[in-house]
Design a protein around this ligand. Structure first.
Ligand code: FES
Length: 125
């Protein structure tokens, strides 16, 4: 389990060495999540229509190691875009992956960019 979690490390914008095209923006749900696969990783991708912003994070919820975060509820916690796991509602910031419930586990986040209607996620591997 620990090994699986280690697969996911936050990538900062300036650490990206590989922008991976993951599909057309129009194919992702507005105000919801989709899931893509890159190498052995499952990545959740979200589009917030109101602010026209995109976020990506690991699909793996670190609470019980379930691949479910793309199906979580997204929203806003005092201005911080967040996702709540659909299983037990643990909530994470989509800006930096921090645990908004105050627990000591967090999630990895990845940069997203849109070019010519396509969604790209930034990886460091
Ligand atoms: S598995 Fe995600 S909150 Fe429990």
């Amino acid at each position: 389990m620990e090994e699986l979690l280690k697969t996911y490390q936050t990538v900062a914008q300036n650490e990206v060495i590989n922008w991976v095209s993951v599909g057309k923006a129009a194919d992702f749900p507005a105000n919801g999540g989709g899931c893509i696969k890159y190498k052995s990783k499952q990545i959740a991708v979200y589009y917030f229509q109101r602010t026209d912003t995109w976020y990506a994070c690991q699909n793996l919820c670190p609470h019980k190691m379930e691949m479910v975060l793309s199906r979580g509820m997204i929203g806003d916690a005092s201005g911080i875009p967040k996702v709540a796991c659909p299983l037990h509602k643990k909530t994470f910031s989509l800006e930096n992956g921090s645990n908004l419930n105050g627990e000591d586990y967090s999630i990895a986040t990845y940069p997203v960019k849109i070019e010519d209607g396509n969604v790209y996620i930034g990886f460091a591997d």
